[in-house]
Ligand binder design. Structure first.
Ligand SMILES: [Zn+2]
Length: 500
């Protein structure tokens, strides 16, 4: 069965794409990698600069220890091996936003190597089920960012380009994958997992709009079954994972078409135009850079000993995949909800803190599932913007737990929270209390009726079988269609039962 399915897949596509990704991540240090200038985003142009990051003659770089530690933490989270000795190198090229005329990076001896990320990937057998695939990480190295050319936003922008050097010298890690990625969907998965893991470690905010996370993709196609790689094109500067996926889909089809028509793929850098959904040639191999790498003479080799490495390893938080598995097990929630609750470490922390502070942690998890997620989905609200916070869910769970509100009232209060855009405790103050107290006389009437209708249980209670009160509470709750306050029902019942 499965062989025929594989055969049909193979027959439908004569070519196999090979994709590798290079991701640049900005590290969240307060100062730059080789000087003490601030890394703050949004400062006035060219205000966070000094002789070192401006590349003035005679200025010497000093390595930022925090940048190294952040890079180590990211490397460990990505299952990399950290090299005891790594070497900074000069990558020489001329560009207006690079004042030194070279970028300090790492070349043949990077900080870390041989890592991997696990991604869920669709089984090619056509069965629709998922399997876990390891995508190799070739290397993770430290480098400095370049400045930024501003081609618009000034009165004379049609004739001049402005340069902002605030970003020059901001610490980056570059994470290079093995060409293990077989489809645009896998590339998307890889990037999503990578971002999630890095975000969890706290070494970067991974903000793509501010350029804290950038991605380039290398892609080639080859006849299915061929060992040798085809000629690759590099797609640069795509600013969202969705666009990367689209750019890859387009580029794979384009390369297949060229080969089918008897043409040859040229090695080149291409840009993706997201409005048109197409890639365009930016520069060909003839114009490609020769970076003339050589070891940076102004910096010593970076040595990471076992002690330092283990100190950093101790600060590695529980990573998203492990945390999801634990949440499912510990709180009995679904895989989907665990996925939503772990989109950021902060949210997962909030959930767990709220659950642990509540009387019954599982009830918090249940309410997140039964009351929160559905309403968020229906209204198209992201969980970070939920009107009801995790603390609010915990407060509501405690109110149900103590019997202060019924399940029906809880649902109504959640509806009101979403209507009013307010958190649970606030809406409960506005709504919950007055409604309960006004019910007393109606409730007493119901209780009288229930007691009258169940003489046998009444007799049992008065004969000393106090647990029968549970039966009466249940009957009253049923008669009130869940509207009654169970705690109040309990109190009124005791009062009446003990009266004579
Ligand atoms: Zn500086």
């Amino acid at each position: 069965m499965s062989t025929s399915a594989d055969a049909s897949v193979a027959a439908s596509t004569a070519y196999e794409p090979v994709i590798g990704l290079e991701v640049h991540v900005q590290l969240l240090t307060a100062s730059k990698i080789f000087c003490s200038c601030s890394t703050r985003f949004g400062a006035a142009p060219n205000t966070n600069v000094c002789p070192v990051c401006l590349g003035m003659p005679g200025a010497l770089p000093v390595l930022n220890r925090k940048a190294v530690e952040f890079a180590m933490l990211a490397a460990l989270a990505l299952n990399c091996r950290i090299n005891e000795t790594s070497i900074f190198a000069r990558k020489n090229y001329f560009y207006p936003d690079l004042p030194k005329g070279y970028q300090i990076s790492q070349y043949d001896k990077p900080l870390a190597e041989f890592g991997y990320i696990e991604v869920q990937t669709l089984n090619t057998g056509g069965t629709g089920d998922h399997r876990v695939k390891k995508i190799g990480i070739t290397r993770l190295h430290l480098e400095e960012d370049a400045g930024k050319s501003l081609h618009e936003g000034f009165p004379d922008s049609d004739e001049k380009t402005a340069i902002d050097l605030n970003r020059t010298g901001v610490p980056l890690i570059e994470i290079v994958s093995e060409p293990d990625i077989a489809t645009p969907d896998e590339a998307y998965e890889y990037l999503t997992r990578l971002k999630e893991i890095i975000f969890y470690t706290g070494v970067s905010d991974c903000n793509m709009e501010e350029g804290s996370l950038r991605c380039d993709a290398n892609v080639s196609v080859r006849p299915r079954g061929q060992k040798e790689l085809g000629t690759k094109a590099e797609i640069k500067n795509v600013n969202s994972f969705r666009f990367i996926r689209e750019a890859l889909v387009y580029e794979i089809a384009r390369q297949e078409e060229v080969i089918e028509a008897g043409g040859k793929i040229v090695q080149e850098t291409r840009l993706y135009n997201s409005h048109e959904g197409k890639t365009y040639s930016m520069r060909s191999k003839e114009q490609a850079h020769d970076y003339r790498y050589f070891p940076e003479p102004d910096l010593l080799p970076l040595v990471v000993d076992e002690k330092w490495k283990s100190e950093i390893a101790k600060t590695l938080p529980e990573l998203p995949e492990a945390r999801r598995a634990r949440l499912v097990k510990e709180y009995g929630i679904t895989e989907y909800d665990a996925q939503v609750l772990t989109i950021s470490k902060a949210l997962a922390d909030q959930f767990e803190a709220a659950a642990k502070a509540a009387k019954n942690p599982k009830r918090v998890a249940n309410l997140v599932q039964s009351e929160l997620m559905g309403r968020l989905k229906a209204k198209g609200i992201e969980i970070e913007s939920s009107p009801v916070s995790m603390k609010g869910v915990a407060a509501s769970a405690d109110l149900v737990e103590s019997g202060a509100i019924s399940g029906k009232m809880l649902k109504d209060l959640y509806d009101l929270c979403f209507e009013r855009g307010k958190d649970f405790p606030e809406v409960y103050e506005e709504e919950g209390r007055p409604r309960q107290s006004s019910d007393t006389s109606a409730l007493e009437k119901i209780i009288d009726e229930i007691l009258a209708a169940n003489p046998k249980q009444l007799e049992q209670y008065r004969a000393g079988k106090k647990t029968v009160i549970g039966f009466f509470v249940g009957q009253v709750m049923k008669a009130s269609k869940g509207q009654a306050n169970p705690q109040m029902v309990n109190e009124l019942l005791v009062k009446k039962l003990e009266r004579d």
